[in-house]
Design a protein around this ligand. Structure first.
Ligand SMILES: *[C@@H]1O[C@H](CO)[C@@H](O)[C@H](O)[C@H]1NC(C)=O
Length: 344
């Protein structure tokens, strides 16, 4: 009576199979949903999600390939200085570089806390400009020329190249990344870092953007446009403005390590913030980095470390204020915020 027996089992078997396929379908849908909601999580915390997301579904989300950025001879730097200042500069901005060399990057004698400034420049589209940049490096030895095209949308490559070079060749205790339209208080910053700063590891500090200003710009015509493909979330994590931020060497190394797994976006400072968050390095806010050049008085130069928005010809006046601010208690004064009467 075998056929009869099978017949008897057919209905429960069918029902069971149906149930099982329903369950499987649900599971698949759920998995797809999780990926949709947490797309970036895979790239931020690869360990959290195991091996799977890293290559498989992130396919296109590859990090930086540093081998493409390296160049032949760069500037020379002494190892283990207190501070290395990386100044992003467009190839054509020779005037800004000249002004900086004559003002805040000029060193008198041997500083008590060794530091050095280096310009980061890419490949100029015009041969004459590229040639002039090479000449500058030969003459002053302070230009790190990268192999990437020198465009605004390539600023991220510029900064990553600079950080990589700094960590491999110079190994300073701290790195300041800044722009060629900024003034850096080189009379105080190296001493401040060496003597007063208490956060010597995991340091990432600068002028942080408010939450509203951290919204990702999706307008394709904007110079800060970032597609959803390149970065999915609508808001960046806390990050310091590219006008100037200080990284301790270990923080820079962690950031570079993570950069190999996180797809770069053209907004350099936001990318560093994304990497820092993924590396577990907290962004710290400091009023010593100011985005605005609002006629700061001499006394402000005891406190401020980076000022943004200077035209080349304004660098000289800023340097005079910096030197006038030198006082008997120079270093101690730098630890206190400016007095109320010394706002601007
Ligand atoms: C950045 O530089 C690379 C390498 O030179 C180049 O292929 C690319 O077109 C540049 N990207 C932009 C947006 O300028």
């Amino acid at each position: 009576m075998a056929p009869l027996c099978l017949w008897r089992w057919r209905r429960p078997l069918c029902a069971g199979l149906l149930l099982l396929s329903l369950l499987l379908g649900c599971l698949l849908l759920l998995a797809a949903d999780v990926r949709k909601q947490w797309p970036a999580a895979g790239s931020f915390h690869p360990l959290l999600w195991g091996q799977l997301p890293a290559r498989a579904h992130l396919g296109a989300r590859q990090g930086l390939d540093f081998t493409l950025l390296l160049t032949e001879a760069g500037p020379r730097c002494a190892r283990g200085q207190v501070l290395l200042i990386l100044v992003t500069s467009a190839a054509g901005n020779a005037e800004a570089r000249r002004a900086i060399r004559r003002t805040w990057a000029a060193q008198e004698g041997r500083p008590a806390h060794p530091w050095q400034a280096v310009f980061l420049v890419g490949q100029a589209a015009e041969a004459a400009v590229a040639w002039a940049v090479q000449r500058e490096q030969q003459e002053f030895g302070d230009v790190l020329v990268g192999s990437y095209q020198d465009t605004y949308r390539n600023l991220t490559l510029k900064v990553m190249h600079g950080l990589k070079w700094a960590c491999e060749q110079c190994r300073p205790r701290y790195i300041l990344k800044t722009d060629d339209d900024c003034f850096v208080n080189t009379d105080r910053l190296p001493a401040f870092l060496a003597e007063l700063n208490t956060v010597s590891t995991g340091l990432y500090v600068g002028s942080l953007f408010s939450r509203e200003k951290r919204r990702v710009i999706r307008e394709p015509s904007s110079k800060w446009y970032v597609s959803r493909q390149d970065y999915r979330p609508d808001e960046y994590p806390p990050y310091a403005s590219g006008i100037g931020y200080v990284l301790s060497l270990d923080a820079a190394e962690k950031i570079l390590e993570v950069a190999q797994r996180v797809r770069p976006i053209p907004v350099e400072d936001a990318y560093v913030g994304i990497l820092a968050e993924a590396a577990g390095v907290r962004a710290r806010a400091s009023a010593r980095f100011t985005k605005h050049n609002v006629g700061w008085r001499v006394c402000n130069y005891r406190y401020l470390m980076v000022i943004h928005q200077l035209r080349p010809r304004e660098q000289e006046a800023a340097r005079r204020s910096m030197l006038q601010a030198r006082g008997a208690s120079a270093v101690r004064a730098a630890s206190r915020p400016p007095a109320p009467g010394c706002r601007r």
